[in-house]
Design a protein around this ligand. Structure first.
Ligand SMILES: NC(=O)c1ccc[n+]([C@@H]2O[C@H](COP(=O)([O-])OP(=O)(O)OC[C@H]3O[C@@H](n4cnc5c(N)ncnc54)[C@H](OP(=O)(O)O)[C@@H]3O)[C@@H](O)[C@H]2O)c1
Length: 267
């Protein structure tokens, strides 16, 4: 597999579009990308925007080297039915549907095609995503490199064994919402201290963006950066002591276990 490989994208919604953009930035020629999408208007919008092609599922998958399945989990069984009759037997199948196991895709197809499961997250939509991939049986080194290569254009990629995908879901999948919840709480906290809604929002968002950038770019750990801004008996120390008195660490760990357990139940 290489940048001349033909790629079929099934389902060109929000995540599908982010992946099309990533494929193109990783060097895949747009005329090697063909989408199959239920909504004709949406398909035409993406054809015009990225100079890609459009085709019905059966024609699209017949000569594709890689299939990206980017439909909602509840639509996956129907898509597998559409795909299995005409899929190129050498194609790698890459699934992005939350909670759908590799064995579900393998059994739904029954064609023996190798399957890669990917758990992306919403910051993928702005090029700052976190994706974890798991490889099914028979995925070649070249196919795995191809997947990691185009996902690198959406942010960062790691590989995990499939039994850890529920833990990944609880960390990076649901994780953005944890930070959004924290922002909501800080905005409320700032307003309770007398700041306007607009100022509370600006102060909080710029603080979380700046803290994330510092964490990413300074090469220092979260612990070191936290200690650097915490003078003994100072203001930050007072806030952190309040967090500790409410066992913030336990609260977060428990929440993540709840997310992991729910992910296992849904699968
Ligand atoms: N969005 C995220 O940030 C995110 C994060 C992690 C994982 N994911 C995963 O990514 C997948 C896609 O999510 P999304 O947010 O991009 O969903 P989406 O916006 O609903 O996109 C899916 C698209 O596929 C179309 N579709 C459904 N069945 C089809 C079929 N048989 N043939 C061709 N097209 C079909 C849908 O059309 P209709 O609308 O007409 O049904 C829709 O346009 C999901 O499985 C989700 O679990 C997404």
């Amino acid at each position: 597999m290489d940048q001349q490989s033909k790629v079929a994208v099934i389902g060109a919604g929000v995540m599908g579009e982010a992946l099309i953009a990533a494929l193109i930035s990783s060097g895949v020629n747009p005329d090697r990308i063909t989408i199959s999408e239920k909504r004709e208007e949406r398909a035409q919008e993406l054809v015009a925007k990225y100079a890609i092609k459009v085709a019905p599922v059966s024609a699209n998958v017949a000569d594709a080297d890689a299939l990206l399945l980017v439909v909602k989990p509840q639509d996956m069984a129907t898509v597998l039915e559409d795909v299995k009759g005409s899929i190129n037997p050498k194609a790698v199948v890459i699934t992005f549907a939350a909670g759908k196991k590799i064995s579900f895709i393998e059994q739904g197809l029954g064609t023996g095609n190798p399957v890669v499961r990917v758990m992306p997250n919403t910051p993928t939509l702005v090029g700052a995503g976190m994706a974890a991939i798991s490889l099914g049986a028979g995925v070649s080194a070249k196919q795995s490199e191809f997947v990691s290569g185009f996902l690198a254009a959406t942010g960062k990629v790691i590989q995990v064994s499939e039994d850890l995908q529920d833990a990944v879901t609880a960390t990076s999948g649901s994780g953005p919402a944890y930070f959004f919840r924290f922002v909501e709480a800080m905005v409320d906290g700032a307003k309770a201290l007398g700041l306007s809604d607009a100022d509370a929002t600006t102060l909080t968002i710029q603080t979380i963006v700046g803290a994330a950038k510092l964490l990413d770019e300074s090469g220092k750990s979260a612990t070191t950066l936290r200690e650097n801004v915490t003078s003994p008996n100072g203001t930050t120390a007072a806030a952190l002591a309040s967090f500790e008195s409410h066992q913030l660490g336990d609260v977060v760990t428990q929440a993540m276990k709840a997310a992991r357990d729910r992910s296992q139940e849904l699968a």
